[in-house]
Ligand binder design. Structure first.
Ligand code: IPE
Ligand code: MG
Length: 245
């Protein structure tokens, strides 16, 4: 997170009073971005991480309260070790250089996924960032790392069985999810032209609005984020009910 003061122009069509509370981002296309430029895939992840900083900054500047970035899925372990290590290095670097600024700017860091399976130092860094920023309340940056929606649901069910609990409503189930303290995502963006969910927030997305764009993640700009948000604002959300007239 660079937290530059470079304010990006706001599109006149964007209504800052009707922004989603929680945005989920399935950042995809880092590898293709690099390959198209004749670069190794890890350079794509590096550029992707730079873009995470840029977009986090812009989301923060717009006044959105919460964003989840899908950084690494439970399925991404299938990739070559070199790539997996490269991604972890980049996340490590990001947290290292931004930890102080998170506190200064009121950014609460939370995580989603089984971070105990990550390399020890990355796990420790994440735990430290979460602890340091626990009282921050301006913006919540939720990092999904070693996260899978199915894995999260199975983990919840196992805990419920262990507790011998019978659930009475949806909210009780939510207490067992990584995202128990977060509102469900209103809006989910996926880059790179793939129109699938890839195990992201399966339970939480019941009423999310989706936005798919062919833009590869490292090229997804503040301007395009605003375009996506305008698109979101033009939708009628009914949550299974009827339009209010
Ligand atoms: C997304 O970019 C980054 C992660 C999920 C870690 P990809 O690495 O999936 O990029 P493509 O899909 O190969 O282009
Ligand atoms: Mg991909």
């Amino acid at each position: 997170m660079s937290f530059s003061n470079n304010k990006v122009k706001i599109n006149r069509k964007l209504d800052l009073s009707r922004l989603p509370v929680h945005i989920g981002i399935i950042l995809d296309g880092n590898g293709r971005w690099a390959t198209r430029k004749g670069l190794p895939r890890n350079m794509g992840h590096k550029a992707g991480c730079e873009n995470v900083k840029r977009i986090v900054q812009h989301i923060y500047d717009l006044g959105i309260k919460c964003a989840t970035f899908f950084m690494f899925s439970t399925e991404n372990w299938k990739r070559p070790k070199e790539e997996v290590d490269g991604i972890f290095n980049i996340v490590r670097e990001y947290l290292g250089e931004s930890a102080e600024q998170f506190v200064e700017k009121g950014v609460k860091i939370s995580t989603m996924g089984d971070i105990t399976k990550l390399p020890d130092d990355l796990f420790n860094k994440l735990v430290e960032c979460v602890a340091k920023t626990a009282k921050c309340s301006k913006f919540n940056l939720n990092l999904a790392i070693n996260y899978g929606g199915r894995d999260e649901i199975i983990r919840a069910v196992n805990q419920i069985v262990e507790n011998g609990q019978k659930l009475n409503n949806i909210d009780e189930f939510k207490q067992y999810l990584y995202s128990k303290d977060l509102p469900d995502p209103d809006f989910i963006i996926r880059t790179s032209g793939e129109m699938r969910i890839s195990n992201f927030m399966l339970y939480q997305m019941a009423y999310s609005e989706f936005y798919f764009t062919p833009t590869l993640w490292p090229d997804f700009s503040e301007k395009e984020l605003q375009k996506a948000l305008i698109n979101f604002q033009n939708r009628k959300r009914r949550f299974g009910g009827l339009n209010k007239s």
